[in-house]
Every structure is written in C-alpha cells, then in structure tokens.
Write a protein that binds this ligand. Structure first.
Ligand SMILES: *Cc1c(COP(=O)(O)O)cnc(C)c1O
Length: 385
C-alpha cells in the first residue's frame, strides 16, 4: 500500500540520535534548547518551547493563554480532534466556525459574522485556533484584525504548516498571532517520532509554557512565592504536566530541520505533477492562495460527484483495493460521537459536511517515487473515467 504520508530517516539522522544516546543526557540536556533555537530562528520567532507532541503544544499554549472554565475556544470543524480537545482539557467550552469551501481553512467571513452575533450575546471567545489546512496558511492578517477588534487571542494550529510562508514571513513567525504550534509526528513536515513545539514572540507566554510542560515547577527565584531555602529548592506554582521532549528526539529534529526546505520543494514538485495529470478528471484540485507558499503537507482532491457514477466510498475503497493508501482528512470534529454528545451537529457546518462527502487525500511525501505517483494517477483515472 502506498501510504498518504511517511517520514524519511537518513544516516545523518541516525548518527545524530546515536550520539545523544552515548552522551551524558538523553533528556533535559543541551539538544532541546538547541532544537528550540533552531526552530525559532527558522520561523523568525523570538521564543520556542518544545514539548512531547503537537497536542501537548496546543494544550500548553492554551494554558499559557490562561484559558479556563467560563472561557470559549473556537476552531475549525475540518481538523484533527486535538485542535478542539485542547480547549476542553482546560475546562473551557469549544465551538466551531465553518470552513471556506475552496481552502478548507476557517472561513474569515463566517468568523466575522459569528463574532458579531456573539458580541451581542456577550459570549466572545478568548482563543481562536485557525488551522493551516494541508499546509496552506489561513488569512492571518484578516484574523489578526478581528482579534484586535474583538479582543481574542490567536493560536495558530500550524501542525501542517511548518516550512510554509504567509506573505513575506515563515509560518510560525507569529507576526499576526500570539503563538503557533507545530507537530513532529512522522507524517508531518519533519519528525521527532512524537513531538511538538510552541513558537511565540510573547516572553511571558513562553515562560508560562516552559513551566507548564514540567509540572508547573519553577527554579527561577523571581517567580517563586517564597524565598529560596537552598540550592535544592524549587516551587510548584501551578498545576502543570510532564510534556517534556527528550534530547534523543530533539537531536532527530535538528537533523531533520536541515532538510525541511528541500522537503517542501519536493512536495511542490509532486503537487505540480498531480495538478498536470489530474486536471482533466472530474476532481476539484487544491486551490492555491496568492501570497501563500504552502508547506504542501496534504494533497486533497474533491470528487465532482455529479460527474462520477460511483459513490465517494466506492472510489475510496477501489483505490485502497489497488494499493493506493488514500485517506480522509478529516472526519469533521462536531460529528464525532464525543462532540455530538456535547450537542454539536454536522448540519450546522454545511461546507464541512459537503467537504466530508467528497474529499480524498492522495499520497504526498518527499520520498514518493515517480513510479508510485504514476500508480496513483493511473488508478484514479481508471476508476473515474
Ligand atoms: C497532527 C496534528 C495535531 C496533533 O499533533 P500530534 O503531534 O499528533 O499530537 C493537531 N492538529 C493538527 C491539525 C494535526 O494535523
């Protein structure tokens, strides 16, 4: 089966990991701050805080934004469940704003309308989490303008977006947001096995995130409640977690980061081949926004159902049977049983619902061979024509 995504691990990666394993520190050593600095420099952000997963990064960032009971977090229905769960972890309430039907990013028009309506009812969100779907940045300038107008904080779920650009800055520069998070799961731009990172230009937010990833403990005398009673002394001043990443993982991340730009370039080459080979089929191909350079995390097509005899499910199954590991990103979060039990319903998000009935994620990763890509195209043609 040709997978929809996969990592590449080189000998350099393995050497970097082995070197750490032979060193004095396999966690909380020098590699984690080195990885953080490398990602901050790459993105053009001032601070970076590495954690154990993208999900941990979302949770920690929400905690650092002081999200809690009585607060609201809004995000997109077309995302991985973690973008919404992070709000519930903090005891806040979650709501969704429908997607733009072309980009599948949160619709700025729907967001503006919902904010206006919510203001009149006095229930504005504290945090909005735009998700850079498939690696294409949301319109951050517009979202930032709304944040200024309504006073919410912006947390970019950039799990798909590392290596992409928005206008003249890297995704993660946080020029138009309070913070952004990345995931280093093996299908993402670069991997550490499991891992995540928060980037921000807000020193206090970074400091709080650093404390919350390690139990809410501080060793900084200026943050302590009491005076230090000796060199052993530390204080727990909030309820945090163990969300630390290891030096082993950080070494892998540093090594992978050196290939990030070439990976994204390769993904664009693959996307151009798909564009050229698929444009005549009854498919809607990915829409590219001007001023945005996608990291091309996913290549998602939509079936033009009126021109296709088979159902969405039949096309999906036929491709899987022929060894093409298509996927569906994502089952809309409000339709998950857990969210339904909270009162959500997919019918309230018509663009997300329509998308879910038509979308197919095709294989896309830097080491996808020409031959495998040819197979994907041939099988799609055979099924659809
Ligand atoms: C992968 C992903 C996450 C979660 O990242 P993990 O590292 O798997 O915890 C969150 N949001 C989105 C949009 C993702 O794609």
């Amino acid at each position: 089966m040709i997978p929809y995504g996969r990592q590449e691990i080189t000998q350099d990666d393995i050497d970097a990991v082995v070197e750490v394993m032979r060193s004095d520190f396999i966690t909380q050593g020098p590699m984690v701050p080195k990885f953080e600095q490398a990602v901050a420099d790459y993105c053009g952000a001032q601070y970076a805080v590495a954690v154990s997963s993208g999900t941990a990064a979302l949770h920690t960032a929400c905690l650092a934004m002081d999200l809690g009971p009585g607060d609201w977090l809004w995000t997109s229905p077309i995302t991985f469940v973690a973008s919404a769960n992070c709000g519930l972890y903090c005891g806040a309430q979650v709501d969704f704003v429908d997607v733009d039907p072309r980009t599948h990013n949160i619709s700025v028009a729907a967001l503006a309308a919902k904010l206006e309506h919510s203001e009149s009812r006095g229930v504005l969100p504290k945090v909005v989490v735009p998700v850079h779907f498939a690696g294409q940045s949301c319109d951050m300038r517009e979202i930032h303008a709304l944040a200024d107008q309504y006073g919410f904080r912006v947390l970019e779920d950039a799990s798909h977006g590392l290596g992409g650009r928005y206008l003249d800055a890297q995704v993660g520069s946080c020029r138009y947001s309070d913070a952004a998070v990345f995931s280093f799961h093996p299908v993402k731009s670069i991997t550490t096995g499991e891992g995540g990172m928060i980037v921000t230009n807000d020193e206090r937010l970074a400091e709080t995130a650093r404390r919350m990833r390690t139990h809410g403990i501080t060793r900084d005398p200026t943050s302590m409640v009491n005076e230090s009673s000796g060199p052993w002394y530390y204080e727990q001043i909030a309820l945090g977690f163990n969300y630390r990443i290891t030096d082993i993982q950080a070494a892998l991340g540093i090594s992978q980061l050196q290939r990030l730009d070439s990976y994204v370039a390769k993904r664009h080459e693959i996307a151009e081949c798909y564009d050229a080979a698929l444009h005549a089929l009854p498919l809607e191909l990915p829409h590219r926004l001007e001023g945005v350079y996608s990291s091309m995390h996913l290549y998602v097509v939509r079936l033009n159902s009126r021109q296709i005899k088979q159902s969405h499910k039949e096309v999906f199954e036929a491709l899987r049977e022929r060894g093409v590991g298509v996927n569906l990103h994502y089952i809309p979060v409000p339709s998950q049983p857990f969210y339904r039990a909270l009162g959500f319903s997919l019918e309230d998000y018509p663009n997300a619902a329509r998308y879910y009935g038509e979308a197919l994620t095709l294989p896309m990763y830097p080491t996808l061979t020409e031959e495998h890509q040819e197979t994907v195209v041939t099988e799609l043609r055979r099924i659809l024509v």
